[in-house]
Write a protein that binds this ligand. Structure first.
Ligand code: ZN
Length: 511
C-alpha cells in the first residue's frame, strides 16, 4: 500500500524532532563547559562535542530525509499541506540541501581551522600582534569563501557574502543592508554631534560605586523578575550563572542566561542580564504546540537581537523603568547606593561617547561599530580588500566614523572573536535588531499607548503580553522581511528607530 502524505510528513517530523532534541543536549553541554566544567575535563569535552556534531551532521543529511522530501513536495499532494506544514517542510529542505551540498571534508577543515584560529587569536590579542593572527585568519577566510560559493548556488543568492548573511538573516542581502545602514549612519552621526554640543552632560561617577558581587547577584534576580524571566520559582525555566562573556542558551522550558559581575562597574551586569533576559523570554514564549518542530525557533539572529535590545535599551534604559526599579535597587544595595537620584542616574546610564570597544559602546554609537564591521566583511568577501589590509582599513574607518584613534590591534581589528570564530555575516544582525526594535516599539505604542506609565509602576505584564502575541509566538513561521511586515505593516525602515533615539536623547541632553 502507498504511504499516505500524512504518514510521510509524520516520519519527516520525527526526524526533525530528533535533531532538535540532540541540539538541545548540545546546548547544555556547551553551557556546562562555560560555567561549571572543571578544567581537567576539556579533553573529554572536546571528544563529546566532536562526536555529537558528527552525529548531528549524519542525522541532518540522512538520505531518507531526501527521499521523504522528494515525495512530499510532489504536486498535487503538496498543496494539501497547510501553511504550518509547508513551512516545516521548507525549513527542513533548506537545511538538508545546504548540509548535503557542503563537502564533508570542507566542513571538517573549516571546523579544524576555526579552532586553530580562535586559539591563535587569543594569543595574538594578548600580544597585541596582528602578524601572529594573520596567516591563520587568511586560511580561514579562504576556506569560508569556498563554502560561501557553494552556499551561494544552493541558496541562489547574488553574491557569496549574501549566502553567509542568509545563515543568520534569511533572504537579507548586502545591498539592502548597505542602503539601510547608510541611512542609519547618517542619523546616528547627527545625534552624536547634537549630544556632543548639548548643554547638559551626564555625571557618571555614580556608576563607579563599588557593589559587592553577592549584592549584584540579588540585583540580577530582581531584574529577571521585573521582566518576567523566572529564575527563582518552583516552576522556573531559567537560571543565571557567571561567565566572562554573557550569553543565552537553551530551548523552550530550559533557557539559561549568564552574566559577569565587576565590583567597580555594577551596571555592566545590570544591562547584560536585561539583554540576555530579552533573548530568554523570546525562546520561552514561542508557541508551545510548535516545540520539536522547525518552526518552533526564533525567526532570525536579527529578530533575536531586536528582543534583547528591546528589553535592555528601550525598557531597561528608560526613565520609567528606573522610577520603579531605583527603590528596589536601594533596598537590595543598602547604603552604597543611597545617593542615587533618578534623573542623574538615567542620564549616566545613557551617556553617549564614541569609544573603541563595541561591547562597551552606548546605544547610539553602537550602530557605527557594526556598520564598520559590515562594510569590511562585505568588501573582504568581494575581494576588494585582503586580510593583510584589515588593520589599516579598520583604523581608518574608526577615525572616519567615530573620530577615534586606534592605538593597537587588540583594541582594534582583533577585539571581537567573530572573525576568528568564522561568524562572517553575523555582525549585521546586531544593528538590524536595533532597527527592528524601533519598528516594533512604534507598533506597540499604537496598541499600548500607556506602556510607559505602566512600566513606571513596575507593570511589565502588558508589554510582555504584546511582545509574545506579536513577535514571539510567530516563531520561525515567516522570514524576517515578512515578519516585520506582519508586525508593523511596513518594510524594514530605519526611521522609527532614529525617531526613538532622537526623542530620548533630546530629552536627556536638552537639545
Ligand atoms: Zn544578544
Amino acid at each position: 500500500m502507498m504511504e499516505t502524505m500524512q504518514t510521510r510528513y509524520k516520519k519527516l517530523m520525527e526526524k526533525a524532532k530528533n535533531l532538535l532534541v540532540l541540539q538541545s543536549a548540545e546546548y547544555i553541554i556547551h553551557w556546562d563547559m562555560e560555567t561549571m566544567m572543571p578544567p581537567k575535563a576539556i579533553k573529554l569535552r572536546s571528544q563529546q562535542l566532536s562526536l555529537l556534531s558528527r552525529i548531528e551532521h549524519r542525522m541532518s543529511t540522512d538520505p531518507e530525509i531526501g527521499t521523504l522530501l522528494q515525495e512530499i513536495t510532489r504536486r498535487p499532494q503538496y498543496d494539501k499541506l497547510d501553511e504550518i506544514e509547508k513551512r516545516n517542510v521548507y525549513l527542513i529542505k533548506k537545511n538538508y540541501d545546504e548540509q548535503t551540498r557542503l563537502p564533508e571534508d570542507l566542513v571538517a577543515e573549516i571546523a579544524k581551522q576555526r579552532a586553530i584560529t580562535v586559539d591563535v587569536w587569543k594569543k595574538a590579542k594578548a600580544a597585541k600582534d596582528f602578524s601572529m593572527f594573520r596567516p591563520e585568519l587568511e586560511k580561514l577566510v579562504e576556506l569560508e569563501k569556498k563554502a560561501a560559493e557553494i552556499l551561494m548556488e544552493v541558496k541562489e543568492t547574488a553574491t557569496p557574502y549574501d549566502a553567509l548573511i542568509d545563515i543568520y538573516e534569511p533572504k537579507m542581502t548586502a545591498k539592502t543592508i548597505t542602503k539601510v545602514f547608510d541611512e542609519l549612519r547618517e542619523g546616528l552621526v547627527s545625534i552624536i554631534k547634537k549630544c556632543e554640543t548639548a548643554p547638559k552632560k551626564p555625571d557618571t561617577s555614580i556608576l563607579k560605586h563599588k557593589i559587592p558581587i553577592d549584592i549584584q547577584r540579588q540585583i540580577a534576580k530582581a531584574l529577571a523578575e521585573a521582566v518576567e524571566y523566572d529564575v527563582t520559582s518552583k516552576e522556573a525555566g531559567g537560571r543565571i550563572d557567571e561567565t566572562e562573556h554573557p550569553f543565552t542558551n537553551g530551548y523552550y522550558d530550559d533557557v539559561r542566561i549568564t552574566t559577569h559581575y565587576h565590583e567597580d562597574n555594577f551596571t555592566s551586569s545590570i544591562f547584560s542580564v536585561l539583554h540576555e533576559a530579552g533573548h530568554a523570554i523570546y525562546e520561552q514564549n514561542l508557541s508551545p504546540e510548535w516545540m520539536y518542530q522547525p518552526i518552533g525557533t526564533g525567526c532570525s539572529s536579527g529578530f533575536h537581537e531586536s528582543q534583547s535590545r528591546f528589553v535592555e535599551n528601550i525598557i531597561g534604559r528608560s526613565r520609567e523603568f528606573w522610577v520603579y526599579f531605583i527603590p528596589k535597587l536601594k533596598k537590595i544595595a543598602g547604603n552604597v547606593l543611597a545617593d542615587v537620584e533618578l534623573d542623574p542616574f538615567v542620564h549616566a546610564i545613557n551617556q553617549v561617547k564614541p569609544s573603541k570597544i563595541r561591547v562597551e559602546a552606548d546605544e547610539v554609537t553602537y550602530g557605527l561599530h557594526i556598520i564598520i564591521r559590515f562594510n569590511i566583511e562585505r568588501d573582504l568577501f568581494a575581494d576588494k580588500i585582503i586580510v593583510k589590509e584589515l588593520p589599516e582599513v579598520w583604523n581608518q574607518k574608526y577615525k572616519e566614523y567615530l573620530g577615534i584613534k586606534i592605538e593597537n590591534d587588540s583594541e582594534g581589528v582583533m577585539q571581537d572573536t567573530h572573525w576568528a570564530s568564522c561568524l562572517y555575516g553575523y555582525f549585521p544582525s546586531y544593528a538590524l535588531g536595533n532597527i527592528y526594535s524601533g519598528q516594533i516599539l512604534a507598533a506597540m505604542e499604537k496598541d499600548l499607548p500607556g506602556w510607559r506609565k505602566q512600566l513606571a509602576k513596575g507593570n511589565f505584564k502588558n508589554i510582555k503580553k504584546w511582545l509574545v502575541k506579536n513577535v514571539h509566538t510567530h516563531g520561525n513561521l515567516y522570514d524576517p522581511a515578512d515578519l516585520i511586515k506582519k508586525i508593523t505593516g511596513k518594510e524594514l525602515n530605519v526611521k522609527p528607530y532614529l525617531n526613538y533615539l532622537n526623542d530620548k536623547y533630546s530629552k536627556l541632553y536638552g537639545f
